[in-house]
Design a protein around this ligand. Structure first.
Ligand code: ATP
Ligand code: MG
Length: 584
């Protein structure tokens, strides 16, 4: 049941001082709280025996007032330590969670759903934090405090009466344990459902344009109603057990009162107890209600925390699909890239997505990758990112197998413009500086000129400070592509990978960018995948892919002479290009 606390042992030992202070203060408050009932009992005894004086009355009220003030101060300290710790653990865990997500490679994100990950990072971590704060409080109150009250009842009043009154206690513990188990399983289901719902919301919002365009609003609403109903039902199931905790405890506490009062009056009649003692005892019994509730709360909250922490840990336990080896090899000159009989398959694929690829790209060369859609162009380029476990064959950079290169080092050489651009909702400048955080405005402008984005930039009233909107919604497709290009250019990477990065710009702009790339990147390696053959005409070597295999390769001239797929495609594009010219 306390797995969650054990699991967070590192945190408690790190914050040992905080918790020690908190718990000791809580215990001290418990002791102080014992005094007023006893003082009250004594006062009543003196009233009933007629020995009370004005001075004595002043003493009793003064003492009680003083104790209340002390309790006020101490309570502040423990509240501050315990609940402050709960916020701290939430922050630490969330940081760890995020850092973990950033280490993960694409296969992980293909398996997980964003909404569910978000639910874990928010809802579940909150629940763990509550467990740490409120759980610690209830843990202390249901043990230390309960014990203090019990000892006070026994020693100050009567052990006989105390033992009789706590007879129902074990039953509370037993029923709480039973409820706790149910809460755990139901709460896990409820949190899972919440994750599903999050996912659906995310998808609907991201796809709202498509949903509208296809008039699927009703359909989507229905799906959403369905899933919120699911969340509702599962949380209702939790609430049903939740609701049992309190009445059950009240039942047994009521029993305690009956025993305490019945047996207490009996003892008073037999002169084994004074009236004042009975009053004090009943106040102590009242003070036991909270610790008994605390037992229930403790179990309830621990089980929720366990369920949530299990979900968080499940994510944290996932190892990156591609991990650095223990002693990575440092590559002096990451120049030559060689593929030697590389066969690769995505983890979820049933066929080989690259078949027997052998290639040699010398330093400073430009490689063109063409082929029909789905032929494996992106897959081939992405091999260099080493995002997926490698297949058979060997891929070397600078003579070192890619598995032996540290990922950070590998990525420091690469500039990558993916087929789907990802921009962040920041300014144009900051999106570009993403490639090189210390870049000056001149650097940014130079990269923008290389990417032929300068003419567009003039049309933005705020220039570099223009905010591109979420994922770049405020830019056109071609503008997004060129901002992505500039982001890759600015770092002047050793190896530049352009995956269909010019597909959304017109032929003239494309020609300009290609020309810039040729001059700017002379002596550096560039890999270009494209559907438009004009973008690779200048390449030193061109490969044509089909179903993951190289079916033709050579220079532009050689491939034209071979009269294969490349030639045919080239002719077709020439015709359509000249048609375009006539139209425009
Ligand atoms: P396009 O011209 O449309 O960009 P492409 O040549 O870049 O196509 P790839 O994206 O490399 O094609 O895809 C090659 C094959 O690999 C396709 O059959 C595709 O279904 C499969 N594939 C791509 N990505 C994944 C993935 N993450 N998991 C499983 N299969 C994938
Ligand atoms: Mg592709």
């Amino acid at each position: 049941m306390f797995a969650v606390l054990k699991n967070l042992g590192w945190f408690f030992s790190r914050e040992r001082k905080r918790y020690l202070i908190g718990i000791i203060m809580l215990a001290i408050v418990g002791v102080f709280e014992l005094a007023p009932p006893k003082l009250l009992g004594d006062a009543i005894d003196r009233i009933s025996s007629g020995t009370i004086t004005f001075q004595a009355l002043m003493y009793y009220t003064g003492a009680i007032a003083l104790i209340v003030v002390i309790i006020y101060g101490i309570t502040y300290i423990w509240m501050h330590s315990l609940f402050g710790g709960s916020n701290l653990v939430e922050r630490l865990l969330r940081k760890r969670f995020m850092a973990h997500l950033l280490r993960m490679t694409p296969p992980f994100f293909e398996r997980s759903r964003t909404g569910d990950l978000m639910a874990r990072a928010t809802n579940d971590l909150r629940s763990v934090a509550v467990t740490v704060g409120f759980g610690m409080l209830t843990l202390t109150d249901s043990t230390v405090y309960l014990l203090t009250v019990l000892l006070a009842m026994g020693f100050l009043i009567s052990w006989k009466l105390t033992l009789a009154a706590i007879l129902p206690l074990p039953f509370i513990a037993i029923s709480m344990a039973i409820y706790g188990k149910v809460v755990h399983s139901r709460y896990t289901l409820a949190q899972d459902a919440f994750g599903d719902m999050n996912d659906q919301v995310l998808e609907s919002i991201a796809g709202v344009r498509v949903i509208r365009a296809y008039v699927q609003e009703r359909q989507d609403e229905k799906r959403f109603t369905h899933i919120t109903n699911d969340v509702y039902r599962k949380n209702l199931a939790v609430a049903l057990v939740d609701g049992l905790f309190e009445p059950t405890i009240r039942l047994f506490v009521g029993l305690s009162y009956i025993i305490g009062l019945g047996y207490g009056v009996y003892l008073v009649f037999h002169n084994q107890l004074t009236l004042g003692d009975l009053v004090s005892f009943n106040i102590y019994l009242g003070m036991m209600i909270w610790p008994m509730f605390a037992i229930g709360e403790l179990i309830n909250i621990m089980q929720r925390g366990n369920a949530s922490l299990d979900r968080v840990n499940e994510t944290l336990a996932v190892k990156p699909d591609v991990e650095d080896i223990a002693e990575p090899v440092h590559v002096e000159h990451p120049d030559e890239i060689t593929f030697d009989d590389v066969v690769f398959r995505y983890p979820t694929s049933t066929v080989d997505n690259l078949q027997h690829i052998s290639l040699r790209i010398q330093a400073g060369e430009t490689l063109g990758v063409v082929g029909r859609t789905g032929s494996g162009k992106s897959t081939l380029l992405k091999q260099l990112l080493h995002e997926y476990p490698t297949g058979s064959g060997e891929l070397n950079i600078g003579g070192v197998p890619i598995q032996h290169i540290a990922k950070d080092e590998l990525h420091s050489w690469l500039g990558y413009v993916p087929q789907e651009q990802i921009l962040f909702s920041r300014s144009v400048r900051n999106n570009i500086r993403f490639g090189k955080s210390d870049a000056s405005d001149e650097d940014v402008m130079a990269a923008i000129r290389t990417a032929a984005f300068d003419t567009d930039l003039h049309t933005f009233p705020e220039g570099l400070d223009t905010i591109v909107g979420e994922r770049g919604v405020a830019l056109s497709g071609g503008q997004k592509q060129r901002v992505s290009l500039a982001r890759a250019f600015i770092a002047q990477p050793h190896i530049l990978i352009l995956d269909d990065a010019l597909s959304a710009v017109d032929a003239r702009t494309e020609a300009r960018i290609i020309e810039n790339i040729r001059t700017e990147r002379a002596g550096k390696t560039t890999l270009i995948a494209t559907h438009r053959l004009s973008a690779v005409e200048h390449a030193d070597h061109i490969v044509v892919l089909d179903k993951g295999s190289i079916i033709e390769e050579g220079t532009h001239a050689e491939l034209l002479a071979a009269k294969g797929w490349y030639h045919e495609q080239y002719e077709r594009q020439q015709v359509s290009d000249s048609l375009d010219e006539e139209v425009s």
